[in-house]
Design a protein around this ligand. Structure first.
Ligand SMILES: Cc1ncc(COP(=O)(O)O)c(C=O)c1O
Length: 378
């Protein structure tokens, strides 16, 4: 058996054709592929505006800027996520306030959030402040981890009651829906990543989606160096070079043509692993919230001795990865406020393993992974 990669890109469609056409057109920075890719993201997600950017991280940075998150503001972030979510908050001078995750869904724990907002914050001039530091809690960056989404009605009722802006980090959840509404369309802004391990890729890239015309205009302005003059180099504020370039958007457009089949394949992979591995004692899965149609971007199990299992599978050239280290355990964030009842993040992170889940994985490869996991435990 050849090696089985964790999650590799699947460039089986029109990628070469569209990239060649985009290069032949000589429109490299912007161009028709960028516009077509953005349009297809609007059509797929139902968002009114979609703006291509250079990465999921730059998408988050811009989302925070257009929501006017500033120095000393607090931004609620789940303690289990890829570090980019927390890093982006620091780019605007704000501080992530970390909240533990739910033991079943592995998403930001809404009970912990509710209790925190009720007991540890106060309202002044209709804004929400943290008692201890008197800092304003301006936003939540909600992460739809691994494709799962929380009870969005409950979350929205909390953000509305406390007047906290909702930004959705939907980096890995293109293709996930809550009661038919796409991830990233509930808050003021949603962000996506098209890094090479995502469900669709542009090699590197991202997207900002919003229904707000003013926000869309500000995003476009900020990602193009805040240039106001068409000829003169007039810039009315500090801007960024965060655009998605045309040849990469060409890859994205070709990938969008396969998105539905990629989601179906990811869901089949998840169903197979769940069925085959559920007989192993003490092995856990992420619970998908009611009403969610997950894209199962990554399939993760929790097991005792996770690091040993990773090593064991590597002997058979099966690539797996541990889950992310809790944000509050990382040096840059160890002094941040962390709200938790049971330290759930640490347990899930210690036990979590990402299993091979490329959309090109074969049934034979999946069966081999299952066989080797079973042989380790049973
Ligand atoms: C939850 C989350 N947020 C943000 C990012 C950052 O995206 P990018 O790597 O495109 O900058 C990722 C990437 O994996 C992610 O998983």
């Amino acid at each position: 058996m050849n090696s089985i990669p964790l999650c590799e890109p699947n460039l089986a469609g029109n990628e070469w054709t569209y990239v060649k056409e985009s290069l032949d057109s000589n429109w490299l920075s912007g161009g028709s592929y960028l516009r077509a890719f953005e349009k297809s993201m609007c059509e797929y997600t139902g968002a009114v505006y979609a703006i291509g950017v250079s990465s999921g991280t730059s998408a988050l940075h811009i989302a925070l800027l257009v929501n006017k998150i500033e120095k000393n503001d607090l931004v609620i972030v789940p303690n289990l996520t890829f570090i980019a979510t927390a890093n982006a908050v620091t780019y605007v001078g704000a501080e992530p306030l970390l909240i533990d995750i739910d033991s079943k869904t592995w998403l930001l724990d809404l009970d912990v959030l509710d209790e925190f907002l009720t007991t540890q914050t106060y309202q002044k001039n209709n804004y929400c402040y943290y008692h201890k530091s008197k800092q304003r809690i301006k936003a939540i960056v909600l992460v739809h981890l691994l494709g799962n989404m929380p009870d969005m009605e409950r979350l929205l009722s909390l953000t509305q009651r406390y007047n906290i802006e909702l930004i959705e980090d939907a980096a890995g959840s293109l293709g996930s829906f809550y009661k038919g509404k796409h991830a990233g369309t509930f808050g003021s802004v949603g962000t996506f990543s098209f890094n090479s391990n995502k469900i669709i890729t542009t090699a590197g890239g991202g997207m900002v989606i919003t229904d707000d015309a003013l926000i869309a205009q500000q995003v476009k302005h900020l990602i193009t160096q805040a240039k106001t003059g068409t000829i003169e180099y007039l810039h009315d504020q500090i801007g960024y070079n965060y655009r998605l370039v045309n040849p990469l958007a060409a890859i994205g457009l070709a990938q969008m043509e396969y998105l539905n089949s990629f989601v179906t394949k990811k869901q089949k992979i998840a169903a197979y692993y769940t069925q085959e591995l559920s007989t192993i004692p003490n092995l856990g899965f992420q619970t998908i919230s009611p009403g969610v149609n997950s894209n199962f971007w990554h399939f993760v199990i929790t097991v005792p001795n996770s690091r040993k299992l990773i090593q064991y599978l590597a002997e058979f050239k099966i690539e797996t990865r541990p889950l992310w280290i809790p944000i509050q355990e990382l040096p840059a964030f160890k002094n941040n406020v962390y709200i938790s009842k049971n330290h759930t993040t640490a347990g899930v992170a210690n036990k979590g393993i990402m299993l091979p889940c490329s959309t090109s994985i074969t049934q034979e490869q999946l069966a081999f992974v299952v066989k080797k996991i079973k042989s380790f435990y049973l």
